[in-house]
Design a protein around this ligand. Structure first.
Ligand code: ATP
Ligand code: MG
Length: 584
């Protein structure tokens, strides 16, 4: 691991280089010193030989010359002074390191004997055959009377000096290597320290710590690198922030959108959905699998996606799921020229469709309601014009019918206008404080004749606490009138219709209960709609004909008073309409 790091590599390289240089240097130094020592030793020996030859030549007294020679000779070497082949002198052996060289061997040696015979100086290294030792020997001829001086020394002596030098050189090299090792380690550690810091910084950056800063320790390339790194971190932080903001903005737009949005990749995996889209997907899974937990793309959308990918253009369709109608617009998303997916926008068009249907129904209902009285008016007036009626009584009767129908038509048109005004929010309430018991009693009395005619028993029950309440008396009378009228009309003779008024802390409650035909459960949610009539055949029975607008108007009036109106009913048991008007 260590060898792979920059510190290791640098350290190893420096060490290798220094070792190599030191090795070459050591070898060269050793070579040089060895030669130098040999040369030095030879030089010394030759000088001694020359000195001795001068002494011997200058002194007539041979004993004196020899004793002087003995004095000046280096104790590690030995002299042989040959006056002739048979007359020679040899110095003492001062110590054991001086080899014992037989003089005869010198005189008979091929090159050493040349000093004597050819009178020339020599210096060389030889091996003494008798003792097998290495020696260094020099010879110098004596100028007077012939003869020669030989000085020799053991080579071991030179080798000893050389080995000491070697030791010192090796020691120096060793110390240099150790110092280099330590120095190289510290150097490479120092160089790479900022690099390691930067590596840590990079890791932190990768973890998403964009505030990481690398210290700038030096002003060299590494310092510049650190500066560039910090700049890069700042840029990265800026861009990531911008991206995050963009993403958040997009997701909040998506979240608050009324339309559903689904982003898909090519394989049909949903990447992004917003709440309306989730509702759509849940509804699809509920309709197709009976549970709403599925997370796969609905098959219909899958098909549209395939179409979008193959055609490479926007595709629009309508889907009906769980009673709601959705318009789907799917647009391809490009990665350069390649379709990488699509984005689907889902719009819930149910309300628009409903309003459309309502409008059509309304027109159908109005035309139907108007057509009947108009055709009656036409028929009966034609009869009068054609003189079909013979007696004045018959004519009168026809005119009466025409009159009634025109009244009915007028009422219908007035009620429609009323309703239209209320639904447009133009209802004007003339509120005043009304004493409720008197008010309701008066209305009930109004119905006495009608109830007698139907044989219905009309009763009124007013709770004790009921007294003054602020409301629009004309409008509330309109509501009560319609409810009592409905009650009487839908009850057989000898049935009961009761009106009860209760006062609560917050509101006053009016209830009209009859024990008549009742309303089918399926129809209950629709009774307050315009033109709703329980009698589907729309046929006109005497006394039961109405426009189907009464309850719609009642609901609007009660709601304008900030109250609520409700109905409970059971077929063949009876119906209760109840409305509450808040007191404040
Ligand atoms: N007490 C009731 N018992 C049974 N059915 C009722 C009762 N009240 C209303 N309905 C049903 O609700 C329908 C709508 O009533 P609504 O008062 O709105 O219209 P209408 O009475 O037919 O006409 P209008 O009140 O305009 O003369 C009636 O046609 C009837 O079928
Ligand atoms: Mg009615």
């Amino acid at each position: 691991m260590f060898w792979r790091s920059v510190v290791g590599k640098l350290w190893f390289t420096i060490l290798l280089l220094v070792s190599f240089v030191l090795f070459i240097l050591t070898v060269l130094l050793l070579e040089f010193f060895e030669n130098y020592h040999v040369f030095q030793a030879e030089q010394e020996l030759m000088q001694s030989a020359e000195k001795i030859s001068t002494i011997v030549e200058e002194h007539e007294d041979r004993d004196l010359a020899l004793s002087i020679s003995e004095q000046i000779i280096d104790p590690s070497s030995r002299i042989v002074i040959a006056f002739s082949q048979d007359d020679y002198w040899e110095s003492d052996q001062f110590n054991d390191s001086i080899p014992d060289v037989p003089v005869k061997w010198i005189f008979h040696h091929e090159s050493l004997s040349q000093v004597l015979t050819q009178r020339k100086s020599i210096k060389q290294e030889e091996v003494v055959p008798t003792t097998n030792t290495n020696i260094m020997i020099v010879g110098h001829p004596l100028q007077r009377d012939g003869g020669a001086v030989y000085v020799y020394q053991s080579l071991k002596f030179v080798e000893k000096t050389t080995s000491q030098t070697t030791k010192i050189i090796l020691l120096g090299a060793g110390i240099a290597i150790i110092l280099t090792t330590i120095f190289a380690f510290f150097l490479s550690t120092r160089i790479t320290a900022p690099l390691r810091k930067m590596r840590e910084g990079a890791f932190e950056l990768a973890r998403g710590e964009f505030n990481t800063k690398v210290p700038i320790l030096t002003h060299d390339e590494i310092g510049e690198l650190a500066m560039a790194f910090n700049r890069m971190g700042r840029q990265l932080k800026f861009h990531i922030n911008a991206l995050n903001q963009e993403k958040e903005q997009l997701s909040s737009i998506l979240r608050s959108m009324a339309d559903g949005v689904i982003t898909l990749n090519r394989n049909g995996n949903m990447l992004v959905t917003n709440p309306p889209a989730d509702q759509f997907i849940e509804a699809w899974h509920y309709e197709n699998h009976g549970y709403s937990q599925g997370k796969e793309l609905p098959e219909e959308l899958q098909k549209i996606l395939q179409e979008v990918i193959s055609l490479e253009k926007e595709v629009m369709t309508e889907l009906n799921i769980q009673g709601r109608s959705w318009v789907v617009i799917m647009t391809p998303l490009y990665d350069r020229s390649f379709v990488r997916g699509a984005v689907a926008v889902l719009r819930d068009m149910t309300e628009e469709r409903r309003l459309d249907k309502l409008r059509k129904d309304f027109i159908a209902n109005v035309s139907h309601e108007l057509r009947t009285p108009i055709s009656m008016l036409q028929g009966y007036s034609e009869a009068i014009v054609d003189d079909v009626a013979e007696s004045p009584e018959d004519k009168n009767e026809l005119a009466k019918i025409i009159y009634d129908e025109s009244l009915r038509m007028g009422r219908l048109v007035n009620e429609l206008l009323d309703l239209a005004r209320m639904e447009a929010g133009h209802i004007q309430l003339n509120q005043e404080s009304v004493y409720i018991p008197d008010f309701v009693e008066r209305i009930t009395k109004k119905f006495q004749g009608m109830s007698d005619q139907h044989g219905v028993n009309l009763s009124l029950k007013i709770a004790d606490k009921v007294d003054y309440t602020v409301l629009d008396p004309d409008r509330i009378e309109q509501v009560l009138t319609n409810l009592i009228d409905n009650g009487i009309r839908h009850t057989q003779s000898s049935g009961d219709v009761s009106i009860s008024i209760e006062s609560h802390e917050e509101f006053i409650q009016f209830a009209v209960t009859d024990y008549g035909a009742g309303i089918a459960e399926d129809d209950l949610p629709f009774v307050f709609e315009r033109f709703y009539k329980g009698d589907k055949s729309r046929k006109r029975e005497e006394g039961k004909s109405g426009t189907g607008l009464g309850l719609a108007i009642a609901k609007n009036i009660v709601e304008a008073h900030k109250g609520i109106i409700s109905v409970h009913s059971k077929v063949d048991e009876g119906t209760t309409f109840m409305f509450k008007i808040p007191k404040k």
